[in-house]
Design a protein around this ligand. Sequence first.
Ligand SMILES: [Zn+2]
Length: 69
Amino acid sequence: MYEMIAGPATTGAGVTWHVRAKGDAGTTLCGQQTAQTVRARPLSDDAPTERYCSPCMSAVHERMQSEAR
Ligand SMILES: [Zn+2]
């Protein structure tokens, strides 16, 4: 299973949503340390600066495809 981790945005303000595999404590799929996570907020929050980390999304895609085989 995977979980979403909100981390500081790499560009500008707001947060970036990373993906972390459960049991893989501390490191996101894109290799970032998540020690400095920000407070999680509901996805319905209307902050326009929230976005998803594309390396994490790609990694999830690849893992899901390899697990589906
Ligand atoms: Zn990431």
